[in-house]
Design a protein around this ligand. Structure first.
Ligand code: TYD
Ligand code: MG
Length: 454
């Protein structure tokens, strides 16, 4: 019988201590250190017996020239958005962690993917019963019948089932519900998460099976568990969006096998998640009459150009201190733009309430939407609408100058494709585009835009 040992872990960063203390010396957080029982068994391996696995490699040092490349075969997930975010599909032997708020659709996304994969998939759930998963699966139209559902939380039992069924892909919902026999503490604790992830990594690397993990997030938006979890896995994906809106965004926070600037967009429907391949069309509200206070911005989400609608409402303040609020946009930046408008363009906005909203429930930090924000605010203030086939792609500087933005040609092409008649960009952008129908209006100061629009 192995000796029982207790260790103190910081619940914030996962640092380990021999005794309790008030502040974590590693991450400086207060009151985050808790005691956990750690019991090590003699054998710590995912395999229950010594059966040889598919590719039982023993590592040997090799020269970089000796390592064969080119045989990078990825598993196609049959989901264009997920493939794009992963960088072309699932890499054999990789561990992918999918995080997101409760109810955002993590289980729905992975179940849907396992139901459409042409490979044998094992979907392990520690959160729902097989009947509940069946009910969910009935809502999602399933394309194949290769998916096995297992409800289990003990890693040793999961590995026993894996050895028996030999799946090509393993999905775990969620890492916080797993527990390993080798560790005494309860499921979801730092030491359990670390141990279960280590066992899964070992399994994934030894058998070249891709493993997808669902991870809960804490109330401040980080993946629950030690930070080391994010270091251990190969890819960290985040599923985000406003639960009250139908659009969900999948982005890579870390990707050892691809870029982190790619982005996938889904729409939550009654029958599961639908891939959105042309996001611009849905983010712009289709309306016939022109309303004041709206302007269209051309932004880049990852590598994809995206047209989004900015709405502003400027009204006389009822109270002494005017209110400023922004949804989907940085409030500090809104304050800055209002100060620029006051000082450089002579608009008296100091005593007005200003509300700003990026439609579709998405949040944008691309500075290229500044000019559209300015146009929406002025349009609401003057009560003159911006023609609905105009769009904007430029940053606004502190001196009221219109600054160039990255990938302007891609933005112009997207606007052109969607039938916009005019796009406002900075004069300082170098543009070498030909044969576009769209009229490119080069501006250098806010005054130029104001003069043209109002
Ligand atoms: P779920 O996937 O269980 O979220 P998570 O695993 O991230 O906690 O949540 C799905 C939510 O989406 C739930 O509130 C119901 C809704 N939903 C749909 O709108 N359509 C569907 O087809 C399904 C399966 C779920
Ligand atoms: Mg879930």
């Amino acid at each position: 019988m192995a000796k029982t040992k207790t260790v103190f872990f910081c619940q914030n960063c996962g640092a380990q201590y021999a005794k309790w203390q008030g502040q974590c010396t590693s991450c400086k957080a207060w009151n985050t250190i808790a005691e956990e029982v750690v019991q090590k068994a003699e054998k710590n391996d995912w395999k229950s017996n010594t059966k040889t696995t598919k590719t039982n490699r023993t590592a040997k040092p090799l020269r970089i020239s000796e390592i064969s490349s080119g045989n990078e075969t990825r598993y196609n997930t049959n989901d264009a958005e997920l493939n794009r975010v992963l960088g072309g599909g699932l890499v054999p032997g990789s561990l992918t962690l999918l995080g997101g708020e409760p109810g955002i659709g993590k289980s729905t996304l992975l179940l849907q993917i396992s139901l459409q994969l042409p490979y044998k998939t094992l979907y392990v759930s520690g959160e729902e019963s097989q009947q509940q998963i069946k009910m969910r699966a009935e809502r999602i139209r399933s394309k194949t019948d290769n998916c096995l559902i297992l409800t289990e939380t003990k890693t040793q039992n999961i590995f026993r089932q894996i050895e028996e069924t030999e799946p090509d892909i393993v999905i775990i919902d969620s890492i916080q519900t797993l527990h390993s026999d080798y560790i005494e503490s309860s499921a979801g604790s730092i030491s359990q998460i670390r141990e279960c992830t280590t066992e899964l990594i070992k399994f994934a690397k030894e058998t070249a099976t891709p493993v997808l993990l669902i991870g809960h997030i804490t109330k401040d938006g980080h993946i629950a568990g030690p930070k080391i979890l994010e270091h251990m896995v190969d890819t960290v994906l985040q599923f985000e969006g406003d639960r009250n809106h139908v659009y969900r965004i999948l982005r890579a926070l870390k990707n050892r096998f691809g870029s982190t600037s790619e982005l996938g967009i889904y729409e939550m429907q009654g029958s599961g998640l639908r891939e959105v391949s042309n996001p611009s069309e849905i983010l712009i509200s289709k309306k016939d009459e022109e309303l004041s206070g709206t302007a269209i911005a051309s932004t880049l989400e990852g590598m994809r150009p995206l047209m989004i609608e900015i709405q502003a409402l400027v009204s006389t303040a009822v109270y002494g201190t005017p209110q400023r609020s922004a949804t989907g946009y940085n409030l500090k930046r809104l304050h800055m733009l209002l100060a620029v408008l006051e000082k450089r363009a002579g608009f008296r906005l100091g005593a007005k309430d200003v509300f700003l909203n990026v439609t579709g429930g998405i949040s944008v930090d691309d500075p290229a939407i500044d000019l559209a924000v300015v146009a929406a605010i002025l349009s609401s203030n003057e009560d003159i609408s911006v023609p609905k086939d105009f769009c904007f792609a430029a940053e606004v500087g502190l001196a009221g100058e219109i600054r160039p933005v990255t990938k302007v040609e891609q933005r112009i092409q997207e606007a052109d494709k969607l039938g916009f008649s005019t796009i406002f960009v900075s004069k300082y952008n170098k543009i070498s585009l030909q044969d576009n129908k769209i009229n490119i209006r080069l501006v250098s100061k806010i005054e130029d835009v104001v003069e043209y629009l109002f």
